[in-house]
Design a protein around this ligand. Structure first.
Ligand SMILES: Cc1cc2nc3c(=O)[nH]c(=O)nc-3n(C[C@H](O)[C@H](O)[C@H](O)COP(=O)(O)O)c2cc1C
Length: 212
């Protein structure tokens, strides 16, 4: 794969400066998310979630952002999965939105906590029936003997229940990441990219610039 060495391009997008950055990082994030959706990036809400448990070995995977407001950013998953076990051991997590089509990336650091059971119920019942059955059928992150094993569980559930009537499994629900830090990265020419970091200072968000 020697050609990897030659994979490079110039980033020439517009600047992201202290002058045009919004004061509220959540609003700034929502603007960039909106730009990502409008630009046609598929799964613009896909984010890399990194966690590290007691063994200090980081694990990363993609999850889908399902809600963002001034409290935090939420996603849904299995509370017995590896990510959930790691969050239980250490709630510090990092999120990454890779929006390369716009020469942008957003990094977020914060702590994850479970959303309320009501919020998880509300999202669970909004999901397509197949996804609801899937949540019951899959012991996420556990070793299973075969694909057939999963399909048999799915068939059994379909035969026994009307998917619409399936309640949320107690081991399935949401997490909210409460940010302590946001970094907005905008690619610029000659590798002199714009990096603005929002951090908390006495309860207020402040902005500082990082070298690219
Ligand atoms: C595009 C995409 C979206 C995904 N969205 C989710 C999600 O919202 N929730 C989830 O639990 N897993 C999602 N996954 C699967 C995870 O990446 C991961 O395989 C799974 O959650 C198990 O991770 P763990 O064993 O580290 O807990 C998604 C995968 C991809 C590729």
């Amino acid at each position: 794969m020697n050609q990897l060495l030659n994979f490079r391009r110039e980033y020439s997008a517009t600047e992201f400066s202290e002058e045009n950055a919004l004061h509220d990082p959540f609003q700034q994030f929502k603007n960039w998310l909106n730009d990502a959706v409008q630009s046609g990036i598929e799964d613009a809400n896909a984010m890399v979630l990194s966690t590290a448990g007691k063994d200090l070995k980081p694990k990363s995977r993609i999850v889908l952002l399902k809600n963002v407001n001034s409290e935090g950013l939420s996603f849904f998953t299995n509370y017995n999965s590896n990510k959930a076990l790691q969050i239980e051991e250490n709630p510090n997590v990092s999120l990454l939105f890779p929006w390369q089509l716009l020469d942008r990336q957003v990094r977020i650091e914060g702590t994850a906590e479970k959303v309320s059971p009501e919020e998880s119920d509300e999202y669970f019942i909004s999901r397509p029936e197949g996804s609801r059955i899937g949540a019951w059928a899959s012991p996420q992150s556990r070793i299973i003997p075969s694909r057939k094993y999963l399909e048999e569980i799915e068939q059994e559930l379909k035969a026994k229940f009307i998917a619409r009537s399936l309640p949320r499994p107690l081991y399935w629900g949401g997490y909210r990441v409460i940010p302590e830090l946001f970094e907005f990265w905008q690619g610029r020419s000659n590798r002199l990219h714009d990096r603005l970091e929002y951090y908390r200072n006495n309860g207020n968000w402040k902005i500082r610039r990082l070298a690219p």
